[in-house]
Structure formats: C-alpha cells, structure tokens
Design a protein around this ligand. Structure first.
Ligand SMILES: NC(=O)c1ccc[n+]([C@@H]2O[C@H](COP(=O)([O-])OP(=O)(O)OC[C@H]3O[C@@H](n4cnc5c(N)ncnc54)[C@H](OP(=O)(O)O)[C@@H]3O)[C@@H](O)[C@H]2O)c1
Length: 264
C-alpha cells in the first residue's frame, strides 16, 4: 500500500511517515510548503494530511478540480465552513475523512459526554478546558470545539447560541445552558481536554490527556487503511468507530439494566 503525506516536514506529518514505515507501507510522496500539491496524488493509494488550513484548502480544491478518487484522511485543525463545503464536494468523487482528533479515547470521551449531557440537564454548567503546547496556532482546539458541539447537540441547542469563548472585563452573568471554553497554551503539553459538569451540590469531570502525538499518527494509519475500503462520501470518527462501539454500548445497557447482580 502506497501512502502520501501532506505536511511531511511537520511534527505530525513526520510521525505519520514513521508510523507508515513501521507498518510496512511505502511512503510514495512527501509534500510540504515547497512542493506542488499535485505531487501528492501521483502513484498513491491513499493521502494523509496534517498541515495547515491553507494547505488543506489547496489540496481540497485540487481534488474537486481534478475529480480525484484517492481516499484522503484529514487531521488538520482550524478549518472553517469553506473547508467543510469543499470536503462535501470532494466526497462526490472520493472517500474523504476528517477528525480534529484521531484518538480512539477521544472518540470514547465524546460518547460519554453525549450521554452525560443527556442525563444531566442544564442545571449543570458545562465548562471545557483545552491545554496545548505553546506552538499551537488555532484556539480553542478542534477537539474542544467538537466536544462542545457534541454537548450542544445532545441538549438540542445551537452551538453558536450557547458557546462562550470570551470572558474579559465586565461580562454578563453566566447564561443557563452556556458552554464555557478556557484555553491554555504553554510548554510542550501534547493535548489535554477536561469537561466539567458543575452542579449545585456535586460536580462530574472527564479528562483526556495525550502522552504522545504517536497516538494520533498511528490511528491515522488505521483510518487510512479503513478508508480505502469505503465508498465515496464524507466520513468522521463516528463512522470509523461505529462497528466497534455499537455492540459494546448495547451490552453495557443490557448488563447495567437487566443484570441486577452487577450492582453488588
Ligand atoms: N487530528 C488530530 O488528531 C491532530 C493531532 C495533532 C495535530 N493536529 C493538527 O495537525 C496540523 C499539523 O500539526 P503539526 O504540529 O504537525 O504542525 P507543524 O509542525 O507546524 O507542520 C505543518 C506542516 O504543514 C506544512 N505546510 C505549511 N504551509 C503549507 C503550504 N502552504 N502548503 C503545503 N504544506 C504546508 C509545513 O511545511 P513546511 O515545513 O514546508 O512549512 C509542515 O510540513 C495542525 O492543524 C494540528 O492542529 C491534528
């Protein structure tokens, strides 16, 4: 299997190259800011992109203009509606995947916070803390935004109506249902997200900490292999994890609510 990497000179791109070679894949093309984007699609089976929004945009425009049919995995964050519209256009000719976090544990965390948001009403104030290294440019992180959107969806609220990114000076009191974001950019922290559900008498917190960026690069290779088996379309982590997680969720429900012995 031949893979091409956009952003290959970067931290994540370099780790994807490493993970691909460790997995016995051939790294056919390595593309960065000095290269022509069309080189990415030469003689390759799959493309993985960890670059920056400008580079991702030119890659997506190239796919649309040339009706490229090579499966493409996108890990770049800081993307906007323009990029998602382009991805949907690309999805007409090729399988295309995007997630702001390739981590399997973040996928599990997302399921958990969706459940908590359903179980706990808006009496519980939600706050999301995003901590990353000082070189990270986009803020809040793509993962923090995805987690916030998950909670807003679970509560049937529009994310734009409930997200609060700014608290500075004299601000209004916290609105019911608000989802607050706090961001730290410091040192070499790989990526930590903590979601708090704060009630009047008790709190519930969930935290994910990445110890190594290799968690993202190795999972990107698994996703690339999986994407090659899919039809044209736009895919997310939900699609990648669905077959694995659905049976587990069904048995969790069965064991918790029909097998009373477990309680003791
Ligand atoms: N989804 C996930 O799980 C996940 C996990 C970690 C990070 N990320 C995201 O992945 C992205 C990359 O992170 P990183 O830490 O690896 O960044 P980085 O070290 O700054 O690397 C950026 C890469 O993009 C290339 N690039 C910049 N401008 C370009 C252009 N105009 N055309 C082509 N290539 C260009 C750079 O090439 P030059 O060296 O030539 O400038 C470099 O190879 C970020 O958006 C980050 O948030 C996602």
């Amino acid at each position: 299997m031949k893979i091409s990497v956009l952003g290959s000179t970067g931290t994540m791109g370099g780790l994807v190259v490493k993970a691909a070679l460790q997995d016995g894949l051939t790294v056919e093309n390595r593309v960065s800011s000095k290269d022509n984007i069309e080189n990415l699609f030469k003689r390759t089976d799959v493309v993985v992109d960890f670059s920056c929004p400008i580079a991702t945009e030119s890659m997506l425009k190239y796919i649309v203009a040339n009706k490229v049919s090579i499966p493409t995995v996108i890990g770049t964050t800081g993307l906007s509606k323009v990029h998602f519209d382009l991805m949907n256009e690309c999805a007409k000719t090729t399988p295309i995947f995007h997630s702001p976090s390739m981590s399997f544990l973040v996928a599990i965390l997302r399921i958990a916070i969706h459940a908590f948001a359903k179980l706990l009403n808006e009496d519980f104030d939600v706050e999301i803390m995003d901590v990353h290294h000082k070189l990270k440019k986009d803020s809040p992180s793509g993962t923090a935004l995805m987690l916030g959107k998950t909670i807003a969806n679970a509560r049937n609220r529009k994310f734009a109506d409930v997200a609060n990114f700014v608290r500075y000076g004299i601000v209004e009191q916290r609105r019911r249902g608000e989802i607050g974001f706090a961001v730290q950019r410091c040192s070499n922290v790989i990526g930590t997200h903590e979601i708090s559900f704060m009630g009047e008498y008790e709190n519930l917190k969930l935290k994910h900490e990445a110890h190594s960026k290799e968690t993202f690069s190795k999972e990107a290779i698994h996703i690339a292999k999986w994407l090659m088996t899919q039809r044209c379309g736009f895919y997310t982590m939900n699609d990648f994890t669905r077959d694995l997680i659905t049976p587990a969720l069904k048995s969790i429900y069965r064991e918790l609510f029909t097998n009373t012995k477990i309680e003791n």
